[in-house]
Each structure stands twice: as structure tokens, then as C-alpha cells.
Design a protein around this ligand. Structure first.
Ligand SMILES: [Zn+2]
Length: 134
């Protein structure tokens, strides 16, 4: 992948993180999803007083992309305040992404520095994915 596109997506994930609605956890997350066609879709976490209704940044980015007709994905960027350790997508997000991109590269960005903290893949984080097709 072009590093320009990756850097642009990182910048967008940092920006969207500032629009997080997280009055309960105060934990802001930004996500940017690069599609195979070279588009970038972003998401931020949106919490709710009925906690179970909260939706993570990663799924919002994915749902936005799918709503726009995208089905093939290149890279997922997740931006959070890492504070010395990487923040990974939650199990729900890993499962949802496994439906569309079971081996997608996942780039974890430290929101404080804007630097990449860790690069991994979905299947590394979530090796035993649930699928109705398996
Ligand atoms: Zn999640």
C-alpha cells in the first residue's frame, strides 16, 4: 500500500477521534478503514446511557463503508490513547471485521504521538473466527 494513503488515513483517524461521544468512559477512539478502491472511511466511538447500545469506532467505520457500497478492505487503523501499551479492537469488532476481511492488516496508532504503536493482522488477533460458512 502507498504510505501516503496510510499516513492520510492515520491523520483522519486522529481527527475523527476528537469527535468521539464518550461521556461515560472518557475513552476516545478513532478508526479509519482503507478500502481496496483507495477510499477511506472513518468512525469514532459513540456511547450511550444504555451501555450495550454503544458502538465502537471500528464498526462505525466499517458500517459506513458498507453503506457506501464498499466490500473489500485494505487496512484498518485504530487510534487511541495508548499510554505505553497498544489498544486493540474489542472482540465484537474483530468478529464483525472477520465477516468482510478476515486477514486485514490492523495498525494501532498512539493518539498522543500520532505514531504507529503496533502493526498486526485480524487473523493474528482473532485466529478462530466464527463463520456460518465454515
Ligand atoms: Zn469494538
Amino acid at each position: 500500500m502507498k504510505s501516503e494513503l496510510l499516513q492520510h488515513a492515520i491523520t483522519q483517524s486522529l481527527a475523527v477521534r476528537n469527535r468521539s461521544y464518550s461521556p461515560y468512559s472518557q475513552f476516545k477512539v478513532g478508526a479509519a478503514l482503507i478500502t481496496k478502491s483507495g477510499n477511506i472511511f472513518v468512525g469514532t466511538n459513540v456511547e450511550n446511557g444504555s451501555y450495550g447500545a454503544t458502538v465502537c469506532a471500528e464498526r462505525i467505520a466499517l458500517f459506513s463503508a458498507v453503506s457506501a457500497g464498499e466490500r473489500e478492505f485494505e487496512t484498518l487503523i485504530v487510534t487511541a490513547d495508548m499510554d505505553g501499551k497498544a489498544v486493540y479492537p474489542c472482540g465484537l469488532c474483530l468478529q464483525v471485521f472477520s465477516e468482510f476481511a478476515p486477514q486485514i492488516p490492523v495498525v494501532l496508532v498512539n493518539a498522543s504521538t500520532g505514531k504507529i504503536e503496533k502493526e498486526t493482522t485480524l487473523d493474528t488477533l482473532f485466529p478462530h473466527q466464527f463463520s456460518l460458512n465454515s
